[in-house]
Design a protein around this ligand. Structure first.
Ligand code: CA
Length: 300
């Protein structure tokens, strides 16, 4: 099996990146990933002023997927996420939802023990997820790995965990996939700007849907699809997600806009992914009883 070490990574998604590995659809691959602060914080005593911010949010890759071409959809099966024995969480003045308040920069080491993340005297079941995951964006743009958008990126969506299937829009030959920024556990919102940032090993398998296009990333879980949208403005992110969901319902059911729009209040749930990244992210959740993946993709 191919294994890509964590040293082979990028800080921006771009068609100009050179692939570090090539895989065929169906082939298994392991990506080793750094934690989001580049492994720089190993102790709670480390002065955070010394952090090298040019080394944060590295994504391992890019991986060239054979047969993926512009206009296709890349399918990513997240088969397993193995965590390192400990992660770290940070608070930094100026960052996060309460960044305007007066407080000190602090780091806390969070150990992973028997399936739990240990935060002081409190244990939370781990729910490993991939924070940053994506492909090269359309055009000549280089999008920093800290930013979420249509190509994926720093979506910080708690649903992108073991057993999930992610669909990403392919804009260049080979897709140029990369991933990193794993969290041991993160709740919707990611309020303080970080989560349990942790090194990990990802077991992944790719497939390609030819000639069908996802406008925004889509996650598939056991019982639903989530359309992941993002914008600097949270209301706009919600509006984009609602628009995509209503269009998918129209395609699925053959209903008019008015009917699908009405139904969206009954059958579509909107949830927050995170409200702390350069673009805020939400998801429109639609049960599999209402739409199929085919209804969520369009012909290229
Ligand atoms: Ca993140």
């Amino acid at each position: 099996m191919k294994i890509v070490p964590k040293e082979k990574g990028i800080y921006a998604f771009s068609k100009f990146n050179k692939p570090v590995e090539t895989v065929k659809p169906g082939e298994l691959i392991v990506l080793e990933t750094e934690d989001a602060v580049g492994g720089q914080v190993k102790s709670e005593d480390m002065p955070l002023e010394n952090l090298d911010w040019s080394r944060v949010n590295k994504a391992t890759g890019p991986i060239y997927i054979e047969g993926a071409e512009k206009g296709d959809t890349l399918v990513v099966d997240i088969l397993d996420i193995q965590l390192a024995p400990q992660g770290v969480i940070l608070v930094i003045p100026g960052a996060g939802v309460l960044g305007d308040l007066k407080f000190n920069p602090r780091a806390k080491i969070v150990k992973i023990e028997n399936g739990f993340a240990v935060f002081k005297d409190t244990r939370l079941p781990i729910k490993p997820m991939i924070g940053t995951i994506g492909v090269a964006p359309e055009g000549d743009e280089e999008i920093p790995t800290a930013v979420p958008y249509k190509h994926g990126g720093n979506m910080d969506c708690a649903e992108i965990g073991k057993g999930a299937r992610l669909y990403l829009p392919v804009s260049v030959d080979g897709a140029l996939f990369a991933a990193g920024d794993v969290h041991a556990v993160q709740e919707d919102g990611e309020l303080c700007v970080a989560s349990v940032e942790i090194e990990a090993k990802l077991l992944l398998r790719f497939d390609v849907i030819k000639g069908r296009h996802a406008e925004w990333p889509i996650v598939e879980t056991d019982d639903h699809f989530s359309i992941l949208t993002s914008d600097e403005d949270l209301d706009k992110a919600v509006r984009i997600a609602a628009d995509e969901a209503v269009k998918a319902i129209m395609r699925a059911k053959g209903w008019s806009f008015e009917e699908a729009y009405m139904f969206s209040s009954l059958g579509v749930k909107v949830a927050i992914n995170q409200v702390v990244d350069p673009k805020k992210g939400v998801r429109a959740i639609i049960p599999k009883s209402i739409v199929t993946i085919n209804d969520l993709l369009t012909s290229s």
